[in-house]
Design a protein around this ligand. Structure first.
Ligand SMILES: Cc1ncc(COP(=O)(O)O)c(C=O)c1O
Length: 400
């Protein structure tokens, strides 16, 4: 009988951080591993944001506990951004700043879920949704989009999955891991469905908001009737290249925001004061540096797409957002490298890491075992070399 809590036993360690740890361990042995496993920009945080952090330190004004929900001026700046850019009239009272979007999501789940509740997760999904729902004692109901539908889940399937116990639906758009972006029409159809279920909430994870290569940028809460039904999740890590600073937030109806502050007041208090001052300068500093990074991501996406297309028997779509490819490599399952048999995405990623020295993440961690996730938040030269190795390793697999 394990002495660990049922809560811990119900979850695994995050597959993305596990794969990154394995890659780092091999690197420390002197092996030339290229890591495309972490969902992490490789750019430095822009200068003006770093300067704001230095200024905050030198001013000597930010060494005490910040207010639990975040500094008021940062919450106000976030609310203003949503009002101005996203057409969602959030106010300070709707915004709660946390240790990354990860904590914002956890706060959201802990605030609205009870034991026995169900949460519909549109899959392929970001790894932590499943664990976060379980940590809140609720049950995930996973709906898998198929590769041939661009991984999108139809409204009909969502409606069929809604039960009396369904409390929320969670998804990311732009999506980690597939890069899909739900269109305005598709989101409007979902909003119409939600209106038929007065207690149903949507947790809309918009953390890749700016890394979107389409002309549509829709915040779910801006759709008719959705302000009161949406918990918007966002953060600074991905778009401003600030993952290590750990600043994310939720924006939601006041009753939910207040609940999240209550939870956060016991779990962590506010997040780091200096990181919050840096985030304030990021969100009020315009989008020039964000756009520069996004242009570079677009070029890398096109590069990786052309390189992946040269590999026989893998299925891919051109992603519309985020910085990932999620190719279907299941054609290679059942094949062997020497004595080593590849039967699923876990075997495949172990093979690619140990033999080709490329770290990517098994699709199984995102709810689809036929695929693997490749992050292209890496230099073009690393991407070239990693894709060369990947092609070689897949080409070395043989039938028994
Ligand atoms: C879809 C999605 N949501 C949330 C997060 C968590 O972001 P943060 O680093 O701000 O906690 C990530 C990070 O990988 C993500 O990809």
């Amino acid at each position: 009988m394990s002495r660990l809590s049922r809560r811990v036993l119900s979850i695994d360690r995050s597959a993305t951080s596990e794969m990154s740890a394995k890659a780092s361990a091999l690197k420390s042995e002197g092996i030339d591993v290229i890591s495309l496993s972490q969902g992490e920009p490789d750019f430095k945080t822009p200068d003006y944001i770093r300067e704001a952090a230095k200024f905050a330190i030198d001013s000597g004004r930010y060494f005490s506990y910040p207010p639990t929900g975040g500094y008021l001026d940062l919450r106000e700046a976030i609310a203003n951004k949503y009002a101005k850019e996203n057409n969602v009239p959030y106010k300070i009272e709707n915004v709660v700043v946390s240790n990354g979007a990860k904590q914002a999501l956890s706060n959201a789940m802990l605030t609205v879920l009870n034991a026995g509740d169900e949460v519909i997760i549109l899959a392929p999904f970001w790894v932590s949704y499943l664990a976060q729902v379980r940590l809140a004692d609720a049950s995930p109901v996973v709906l898998n989009g198929k590769a041939e539908d661009g991984f999108k889940v139809s409204i009909e399937r969502i409606e069929q999955a809604i039960s009396k116990r369904t409390k929320a639906i969670v998804f990311s758009s732009p999506c980690n891991p597939t890069g899909l972006v739900y269109s305005k029409k598709e989101l409007e159809a979902l909003a119409e469905l939600i209106l038929h279920y007065p207690d149903l909430l949507v947790i809309a994870d918009e953390i890749y908001e700016h890394i979107n290569y389409t002309d549509e940028r829709i915040s779910f809460a801006s759709l008719p009737g959705m302000f009161d039904r949406t918990i918007t999740i966002n953060g600074f890590g991905k778009c401003y290249s600030m993952t290590g600073w750990r600043v994310g937030y939720l924006a939601a109806p006041k009753w939910i925001a207040e609940g999240a502050i209550r939870i956060q007041s016991h779990l962590t208090s506010a997040n780091c004061s200096i990181a919050q001052r840096a985030a304030l300068s990021a969100i009020t500093g315009g989008l020039d540096s964000v756009n520069e990074m996004v242009n570079e991501y677009r070029e890398r996406r096109d590069l990786v797409y052309s390189l992946l297309k040269e590999i026989p028997n893998i299925k891919i779509d051109l992603p519309k957002g985020a910085f990932y490819f999620f190719p279907d490599i299941s054609h290679y399952y059942g094949l062997q490298y020497r004595e080593r048999q590849i039967n699923n995405s876990i075997d495949m990623c172990a093979y690619l890491l140990e033999v080709a020295h490329v770290a990517v993440v098994p699709g199984r961690a995102f709810g689809d075992d036929t695929c693997l996730r490749i992050s292209y938040a890496a230099s073009k030269s690393d991407l070239h070399e990693a894709l060369r190795r990947l092609k070689g390793a897949l080409g070395d697999l043989r039938g028994s």
